[in-house]
Design a protein around this ligand. Structure first.
Ligand SMILES: [Zn+2]
Length: 349
């Protein structure tokens, strides 16, 4: 089972319960146990977790009376800031809307991305926004590629920081408002769905009645639209699913195979790198390289297959990963002609 240790403690005992629930739900093999020691208000989170993992966790504790927390309502906003493209785009959009944006980064929450905090620091400098680094330690392991409650652990830290420092209780994430659990075919993004936030909001509202997590981006199209002309921020962001230790190797392979100069911190082969390239090439923001463009589309096809999606056509691949009409693709004609094979795409000349 995974344990969560915070350097800066949570501001309310109900947040400690969320941390404890994260730890308990990290193990799959005991998934039918009834846990009587949890506050019953956590059941909403457990229900969503069950739906996602097809488990049958139950909690049966009695609702406790937690001390309430005073809200701090003002024009300040704390944005959970990974240093990825979405959090950067979100920061720009909140600033444009007139908020004083404070960035919050939880270090070491992604052990595979050891350099994440450095990208966050550089991006914060370019955005000219203050950033606070919080530290957390995990011990043990969990069963999920990405724990569906990971963002709740971060939200606990961000809210505690905001209250402790007297900044605000307005907390935001760079999530997509269009992302719901039921529409999400991929295993690894459960924690980014808005219904996960609804379940978290309901728990925190026990102690802070008007609380809710704010999200201001509709989809990846909005993120890329906000960053398309900011080469500096594209370079400072960490937007790649490939682990740090392998990224340079993959990147140099892409360079030698296609002659492509990628932005920094990109592997060039994961779905995030591929979607980014396709979009920026279609919008004439980076040079169009047909062979690499096709390679990217092929990578997306492989990702969909590996996630168990029954892919019927390249249009289908396009719909799964992109957010603008396929007719705007630089290789629209070829997409219509390409034949899908069992393990690859055959491009018809
Ligand atoms: Zn990548």
């Amino acid at each position: 089972m995974q344990r969560v240790e915070r350097v800066n403690p949570n501001i309310s005992p109900i947040m400690d319960d969320i941390d404890r629930l994260y730890a308990v739900l990290s193990e799959e093999q005991e998934n039918t146990l009834v846990y009587p020691q949890f506050d019953s208000s956590l059941q909403g989170i457990v229900d969503l977790f069950n739906r996602w993992t097809r488990s049958e966790w139950q909690i049966s504790g009695v609702a406790e009376n937690y001390p309430s927390v005073d809200s701090i309502e003002n024009n300040n906003l704390i944005l959970a800031f990974s240093g990825g493209k979405d959090s950067i785009a979100s920061a720009i959009k909140w600033k444009n809307a007139g908020y004083n944006v404070y960035l919050y980064h939880m270090r070491h929450i992604n052990p595979s991305f050891a350099d994440e905090w450095k990208c966050a620091k550089r991006s914060a400098e370019l955005l000219d926004m203050p950033i606070f680094f919080d530290d957390i330690k995990f011990s043990g392991h969990h069963m999920y590629m990405e724990h569906p409650m990971k963002n709740m652990i971060i939200a606990n830290g961000a809210l505690s920081y905001g209250i402790r420092e007297g900044i605000t209780t307005n907390i935001a994430f760079g999530n997509y408002t269009s992302s719901m659990l039921i529409d999400n075919p991929f295993d690894r993004c459960a924690g980014d769905c808005m219904d996960m936030w609804d379940s978290y909001n309901a728990v925190i509202q026990r102690v802070l009645p008007r609380f809710r997590i704010w999200a201001n981006l509709e989809n990846m199209g909005e993120t890329l639209g906000l960053l398309a002309d900011r080469t500096d921020l594209l370079n400072s962001s960490l937007s790649c699913l490939c682990r740090h230790s392998l990224r340079d190797y993959r990147r140099s392979w892409v360079k030698s195979k296609f002659g492509i100069d990628l932005f920094q911190n990109r592997c060039g082969s994961c779905y995030k790198c591929c979607v980014e390239y396709i979009y920026l090439a279609d919008k004439n923001k980076v040079p169009f390289n047909e062979a690499y463009y096709k390679y990217c589309l092929g990578q997306l096809y492989k990702v969909a297959q590996s996630e168990g999606v029954f892919v019927v056509s390249l249009y289908h691949v396009w719909d799964l990963f992109t957010f603008y009409p396929v007719t705007e693709s630089k290789i629209y004609e070829q997409i219509t002609k390409a034949r899908l094979m069992i393990r690859s795409i055959k491009w018809v000349k």
